[in-house]
Design a protein around this ligand. Structure first.
Ligand code: SF4
Ligand code: SF4
Length: 73
């Protein structure tokens, strides 16, 4: 799990670490800059307050390592 900071958005971004290879594709594709792939990190870092829940990272992650869960449910 990646911890959130600040005011969380409506979507909870969850990383399934066992699937994530740290490829950084999700961070490259996120147009909201809600994901970052730090150079030395094993996993992407999420900024949940910026996430709009567009779903791009979920669809484009080649390893099914991302889940988005609505906080309203
Ligand atoms: S695209 Fe998937 S596997 Fe690659 S860094 Fe993002 S979550 Fe991890
Ligand atoms: S759902 Fe969209 S806005 Fe949120 S982290 Fe993924 S690509 Fe970025």
């Amino acid at each position: 799990m990646t911890e959130g900071r600040g005011n969380p958005g409506p979507w909870e971004w969850r990383l399934l670490e066992k699937n994530c290879t740290g490829c950084g594709i999700c961070a490259d594709l996120c147009e909201e800059e809600a994901l970052e792939m730090p150079r030395e990190a094993a996993y992407p870092k999420a900024f949940p307050e910026k996430c709009t829940g567009c779903g791009t990272c979920v669809q484009e992650c080649p390893f099914e390592a991302v889940e988005l869960v609505s906080r309203d449910r």
